[in-house]
Design a protein around this ligand. Structure first.
Ligand SMILES: Cc1ncc(COP(=O)(O)O)c(C=O)c1O
Length: 417
């Protein structure tokens, strides 16, 4: 039954919209224990001598219908590896999004590549193809398409730009398990794509990551890149390029394997719950969920919605506070520390490496570079959305948002001009 949005705000002594506590979340169980026990019993934790990393790679590639998966130690390592295998000369420019995790940028800097930040679309917060096109120069050597929060970037447009410019696109799928772009799975549309298994992701093993590819050469270079450029398959130890040690251990793979078994179910459930909330929000004046294109499948790594501040006459902080009081945990300003990534000190002060502005050279990242991204931090609210929640949880969340929006909008409309 629809509850009345004019109900008194919890902040002002009314009944909180969230009447029942969120169920507790338990992510690991017997299956993880069993597989971990197998690893301990085998007495082998090192991937090269073990079986679990191999099996995880095989199963993950199979799930995505790709030829190869190479597992590694984190999503940061995966993006680094994806860039490393493309063999881009230092000083090359790589266009990426202004709203992402630092882990999507770290490898770029280590490879001596220059990040070029493009703006985002106001209604999805994904890379805006028009902005990417504007940032192209003769030095552009790759584009990173990050699928933000579980929603696919506009891949047709980005792939077309990549084709025209003759540069590869890499998908960063760290936030986007099981997500689809016009029916196609994200992580299957580019020569190499990257994933994360960190604590916050749909599935996790403490820390972990992987790349997917269909290309024999890319697979081979990735296996060297994550392992000090040791050619273990040939038994050759004579490194010929700079490569870190990004090995996944058998322990990580044991947990990742158990988690992988639940991935399809997690993806479906998040999609169902997120879609339910999207529908509810579509009926609430003053708020809009991320725009999902026809044929796309959002898998809600996070749940984001935008405030129509002009209509609500409030700030994201005030809205967030009122919603928290309703028993609905949320944050104003997105998850990147309240700013687009190029505002981070490392880019503003150009201090990636001590005593040098390498690899930035003369490039600076002034405020105003990506106006849509900058503005988004004052307009969007971020919430968790978990697969173990019920329809009732979602309906109570929707009621809380409806209440807060109704009260702000009404007060604003009544305020003297
Ligand atoms: C888009 C994106 N890329 C890369 C990473 C880095 O992943 P990890 O934390 O596993 O190193 C993250 C992590 O949050 C991410 O969200």
């Amino acid at each position: 039954m629809q509850r009345d949005p004019s109900e008194k705000l919890a902040l002002e002594g009314g009944p909180p919209a969230k009447r029942t506590p969120f169920p507790t979340r338990r992510r690991h169980g017997e299956r993880e224990k069993r597989l971990l026990e197998e690893v301990i019993d085998s007495d082998v934790l090192f991937y090269w001598f073990g079986t679990k990393v191999r099996e995880f790679e095989r199963r993950f590639a199979e799930l995505y219908g790709r030829k190869y998966c190479v597992a590694c130690s984190s999503g940061t390592a995966a993006v680094h590896t994806a860039l490393g295998v493309l063999e881009l000369p230092p000083g090359s420019e790589v266009i990426t999004t202004s709203i992402t995790d630092m882990g999507g940028l770290t490898g770029l800097l280590y490879q001596g590549l220059v990040p070029v930040f493009a703006d985002v679309e106001p209604d999805t917060l994904n890379l805006d193809p028009a902005s990417v096109r504007e940032r192209l120069t003769p030095r552009t050597r790759a584009i990173i398409a990050t699928h933000h929060a579980g929603l696919a970037a506009d891949m047709d447009a980005l792939l077309e730009i990549g084709r025209e410019a003759g540069v590869p696109v890499i998908e960063d799928c760290a936030q986007a398990y099981g997500c689809r772009y016009r029916g196609r799975l994200t992580g299957t549309m580019t020569p190499v794509s990257a994933f994360s298994l960190n604590h916050f992701k749909h599935i996790e093993c403490g820390s972990g990551g992987m790349i997917l590819t269909d290309d024999d050469q890319i697979r081979y270079r990735a296996t060297l890149f994550i392992d000090k450029c040791y050619q273990r398959e040939e038994g050759i130890r004579n490194p010929f390029f700079l490569a870190p040690n990004y090995q996944m251990t058998e322990l990580q793979a044991a947990v990742a394997l158990a988690q992988l078994e639940r991935l399809p179910e997690i993806v479906e459930r998040r999609n169902q719950l997120g879609t339910r909330l999207d529908k509810a929000l579509a009926e609430i004046a003053g708020v809009s969920p991320q725009k999902v294109r026809p044929g796309d499948k959002h898998t809600y790594f996070l749940y984001l919605f935008r405030l129509d501040l002009e209509r609500l006459g409030t700030t994201a902080d005030e809205f967030s506070e009122a919603l928290n009081a309703e028993g609905i945990p949320n944050k104003a300003h997105l998850i990147t520390g309240g700013m687009p990534v190029y505002w981070y000190r490392i880019f503003q002060e150009r201090t990636a490496f001590p005593g040098s502005t390498y690899p930035f050279g003369d490039r600076t990242y002034p405020k105003g570079l990506c106006p849509v991204a900058e503005d988004a931090f004052d307009r969007w609210i971020t919430m968790d959305l978990f697969e173990h929640w019920s329809e009732q949880d979602i309906d109570e969340i929707a009621h809380g948002i409806a209440k807060v929006a109704w009260h702000f909008a009404r007060r604003h409309a009544a305020a003297p001009v």
